[in-house]
Write a protein that binds this ligand. Structure first.
Ligand SMILES: *Cc1c(COP(=O)(O)O)cnc(C)c1O
Length: 384
């Protein structure tokens, strides 16, 4: 659509992106693992406080690395929510793993930790915690479950950059965490991601897998005298062009999130009265919670009302969207995975959740305008 005045999202430049790209070219090498890659690694390790960060071509690629590192093989089961993006499951299916889909909690839309133990079998190898909208899963509980059953805990923190739980950055709590810098996320590099490794036993192998299964990293450090093929791997590392763009964004990550939080709070304030009248529900937020405001959503009363509201906003030039087709009801999800019983909260949420525009260049004024249109919708068609 060419006449959309407020798109759902929009990529953006916040600082020295183009300057750093030029600098990378001037440095004389734009393959991966150069100066900007190292700067990004250092930024992530210091600001998120993890043992090791490795940039990847995407969060999808980081998840694929995590599946190799967790030793997932044919028939191994991996517990995860169904209400998530395809890559959460696909990364494990590529290794022959079987996704086991568990329902989500109605308040956070994260995996319901109370349902996990019932879906553990002798084949279970790992749990993937997806932090939906950048809000933390119940990590203490998930950690305890993993310890009790000897499972890996992998965080799909694609949406969660700089979000915290109890002072720990999301993505740094489990054995491994995966971030996304896709252009739809808070901090972007077009395509891009990172694997955060917190379990020290996995670091050495991670570096090998990252560099096409070679010991190049150890060779460059002078730890081995031959550079050779030692394990499976792939070309998981991005070029310096991507890393240069990303580093400029990371330098302003705090500011990016602060602006999104401001917009998020404005949405909450503007829509509180309609929510109180039960036209829809809003994300429930703890008083202390410091969100990274990745997604602002509302949950409508039913699917038809959501469709009508999307149309009403669309007519006013405002693009609102929804997701996900639950993985357990997708064609690939049904052939490669299985649902752990019924998933009523997942089904209900995916048919009624609506995401409103949220991006760096969106203004408070525009948020008020969007909310005004929403008020108009409920006043006209549903007698608020
Ligand atoms: C965006 C997203 C991904 C995939 O990220 P890419 O960087 O595009 O590969 C995976 N999981 C979740 C939950 C996401 O939101």
């Amino acid at each position: 659509m060419t006449n959309v005045r407020i798109p759902f999202g929009k990529p953006f430049i916040v600082g020295k992106e183009l300057f750093y790209i030029a600098q990378a070219v001037m440095n004389g090498s734009i393959a991966g693992d150069g100066m900007f890659t190292k700067r990004c690694h250092q930024w992530l390790e210091e600001n998120l406080r993890c043992r090791k960060a490795l940039l990847a071509n995407s969060c999808t690629a980081a998840l694929e690395m995590s599946a190799i590192l967790a030793g997932i093989g044919p028939g191994d089961e991996v517990i995860m929510p169904s209400f998530t993006f395809v890559s959460t499951a696909n990364a494990f299916v590529l290794r022959g793993g079987v996704p086991v889909f568990v329902d989500i909690r109605p308040d956070t839309l994260n995996i319901d930790e109370r349902l996990i133990e019932a879906s553990i079998t002798p084949r279970t190898k790992a749990i993937v915690a997806v932090h939906y909208a950048g809000r933390p899963c119940a990590m203490d509980e998930l950690k305890k479950i993993c310890q009790r059953h000897g499972l890996y805990l992998i965080e799909d923190a694609a949406q969660a950059i700089l979000a915290h739980e109890d002072g720990h950055a999301l993505g740094t709590i489990g054995d491994m965490g995966c971030l996304s810098f896709h252009e739809t996320k808070n901090v972007i590099s077009g395509e891009g991601g990172a694997l955060l490794i917190n379990n020290p036993e996995l670091i050495e192998r991670a570096e090998i897998i990252w560099q096409k299964g070679t010991n190049r990293k150890a060779f460059l450090r002078g730890q081995v005298d031959k550079y050779t093929w030692v394990d499976i791997g792939s070309s998981f590392l991005p070029s310096e062009l991507t890393a240069a763009f990303l580093y400029a964004q990371l330098e302003h990550a705090g500011r990016i999130n602060a602006h999104r939080r401001k917009l998020y709070k404005e949405y909450t304030k503007q829509l509180a009265a309609l929510a109180a009248e039960n036209h829809f529900s809003l994300p429930m937020m703890g008083e202390e919670e410091e969100t990274n405001a990745h997604i602002f959503y509302l949950v409508t009363r039913n699917e038809d009302e959501r469709a009508a509201l999307i149309q009403h906003l669309g007519a006013a030039g405002i693009s609102a969207v929804f997701h996900y087709v639950p993985l357990h009801s997708s064609p690939a999800g049904q052939s490669f995975g299985r649902a752990s019983g019924e998933l009523p909260v997942t089904d209900r949420t995916s048919s009624r959740l609506l995401r409103l525009p949220l991006y760096s260049e969106l203004t408070t004024q525009q948020v008020r305008m969007i909310c005004e249109k929403i008020r108009q919708f409920y006043a006209r068609t549903h007698g608020a």
